[in-house]
Design a protein around this ligand. Structure first.
Ligand code: FAD
Length: 532
């Protein structure tokens, strides 16, 4: 089979145009194209008046060797890569059971791969099963009641469960582990199109049932979930992990642990630091969420083609390097979605975004964040980034009225340096509510300056981006982990054997797909270690 990439057709092309384009591209007779299927589909909207669909297709031809020879040196006509996943080990009889801490995408895939290799992992999760967790999460959004153990960050499915479910990443993936992740998601109920769309997404409701289906698979394979089990301490002796202490006083003896606790498990980070586990501060970003009507973004990106069913709700990615040396960029853009309350700690306000599969809600939202780094912004202690996050999250709580409402400001007021006293034409989606105020109360001056510089620049790239009625809410502080729990080539902690830091919390991923891929890689390392 051959893969032909960069086949471009007009947005409204008929179905038969694609095989015709393949035949023309390869210079073969139509009868020599024995079969074809789409491997990847994207759109190119750089010219709004001539939007293109861009395909990669896998083809079976009458004489593939001859075609390959004719196109030698053409990178867009190559043998189809083998993207199949192969297990690196099989559990020997009587192998000890590894433990996975955390049932987010990283822990879920670590658990799944270990179970598929026969290792019968034990998965410890501080939160609840996903259905119960959903109720608790809505409890904050609807009633302003936070459960610190069951919320947007904590519980089955991890941080990405109530999200846009974007499933793409910039990671290097020479072994096509991302394909394994997407294939497992499809088995668990995700739409098949995620295997071919260039920018696949799932949305919240489907993620919930997929997470349940994957739990059932892991349990059928002999794995075991233990919910409401928070790891509070680590038994480390002679440079080796010996066991875990749980919040209820239980002790679990184990010397192979995947640590997949996500970026918000601050108590766990402190426990690890107290036990001397090697931790470094790492850069992350802080800022706000910005909302516009989705129709403005569709119009700006797709022109007359806005609303075309093959394009869906438009997304964007923006970045600007500021005069003060800071970079501002859009983060976790959610087309047709809503801004959500994403704190896991009492007395703090954090924003993030989510959407449903249909992406049909009224507003587009995106994080608009400013890069910060330990040397300049939180020097001196590996956990200083956490203190900085907490500081600004507390300021946001107070600026929002101390009720979990988010502080908000109209872009026009923000640029004019005056507090907002009322909302404008754009209705913010954040629940339990938005309190108009001055966002400079809850972000450092350099971040406010950088956002003020970037907004008009972005307004020149996307019409009405800096419209006076666009609304910003804050604060966006959980963009990625503020720490790295450094690991060696064997995927184990630099100074604690048997502890395998993984996923976003350990600083090795930055999204659902990359966390899941990291979970696979770490599971393989655990399996190889256990299999001797
Ligand atoms: P997490 O998903 O954070 O999972 C960690 C798990 O560990 C949690 O379930 C937690 O309860 C558990 N845990 C923590 N500490 C302990 C302990 N001590 N004992 C037992 N259990 C513990 N990414 C995307 O790619 N696309 C998106 O569209 C997207 N949207 C997002 C929207 C929102 C609202 C949020 C909050 C995040 C979003 N993300 C998105 C980011 C994505 O969710 C994370 O990058 C990803 O979930 C990280 O996976 P993880 O498994 O490393 O950690």
């Amino acid at each position: 089979m051959l893969r032909i990439s960069e086949i471009k057709l007009p947005l409204d092309h008929p179905a038969e145009a694609l095989p015709a384009a393949i035949v023309a591209r390869l210079g073969i007779a139509p009868a020599d194209l024995l079969s074809w299927e789409v491997a990847r589909r994207a759109n190119d909207a750089r010219r709004k008046s001539a939007i293109l669909m861009v395909y990669s297709v896998d083809v079976t031809l009458a004489d593939e060797a001859a075609v390959l020879a004719r196109f030698a040196g053409d990178n867009h006509v190559r043998p189809t890569p083998d993207t199949g996943y192969r297990f690196v080990a099989t559990a020997p009889a009587g192998a000890p059971r590894p433990v996975v801490i955390g049932a987010g995408p990283c822990g879920l895939f670590a658990g799944l791969i270990l179970a598929q290799m026969g290792f019968r992992p034990i998965i410890l999760e501080r939160g609840k099963v996903v259905r119960e967790r959903t109720k608790d999460t809505w409890g904050l959004w609807r009633r302003g009641v936070l459960d610190p153990e069951s919320n947007v960050q904590f519980g089955e499915g991890g941080a990405g469960t109530f999200s846009d479910g974007k499933l793409y990443s910039q990671i290097k993936d020479p072994r096509f582990l991302g394909r394994k992740v997407l294939t497992e998601f499809v088995k668990a109920g995700a739409p098949e199109e995620i295997l071919t769309e260039a920018h696949p997404h799932i949305g919240t409701f489907r993620l919930v049932s997929m997470v349940e289906a994957m739990r059932a698979t892991i349990e059928e394979l002999g794995g075991e979930y233990r919910f409401g089990q928070r790891v509070v301490d680590f038994d480390i002796r002679d440079g080796r992990l010996r066991g875990l202490h749980l919040h209820n006083g239980d002790y679990l003896e184990t010397d192979h642990v995947v640590l997949a606790v996500g970026h918000s498990s601050r108590d766990t980070f402190h426990a690890l630091h107290d036990r001397g586990v090697h931790i470094e501060a790492k850069p992350f970003s802080i800022g706000v969420r910005i909302e516009h009507p989705q129709s403005w973004i569709d119009r700006a990106r797709f022109g007359q083609c806005a609303g075309h069913p093959d394009l869906g709700a438009a997304a964007y990615a923006l970045s600007h390097h500021c005069a003060n040396g800071r970079s501002v960029y859009s983060f976790c853009m959610c087309p047709g979605g809503r801004v959500v309350a994403a704190t896991s700690e009492e007395g703090r306000v954090v924003t993030n975004g989510m959407s449903q599969y249909s992406r049909k809600e009224f507003n587009a939202n995106s994080g608009l964040v400013v890069g910060i780094d330990p040397e300049r912004d939180y020097p001196g202690h590996p956990l200083a980034g956490i203190a900085l996050q907490r500081h600004w999250e507390e300021r946001a709580f107070v600026a929002g009225g101390s009720s979990y409402a988010a502080p908000g400001q109209l872009v026009g007021d923000f640029l004019a340096r005056r507090p907002s006293t009322a909302l404008g034409a754009v209705t913010p989606s954040y629940k339990p509510g938005v309190h108009p105020t001055d966002l400079s109360l809850c972000l450092p001056d350099f971040a406010i300056d950088a956002l003020r510089e970037a907004l008009p620049v972005f307004g020149r790239q996307i019409a009405r981006y800096d419209d006076p009625d666009a609304i910003m809410t804050g604060v966006e502080t959980r963009t990625s982990s503020p720490i790295r729990i450094t690991r060696g080539k064997d995927f184990q902690s630099l100074n604690v054997a048997g502890l395998f830091p993984a996923g976003e919390g350990a600083g090795y991923a930055g999204g659902i797909l990359s966390a899941a891929v990291d979970g696979i890689r770490v599971a393989e390392a655990v399996a190889l270690s256990l299999a001797g």
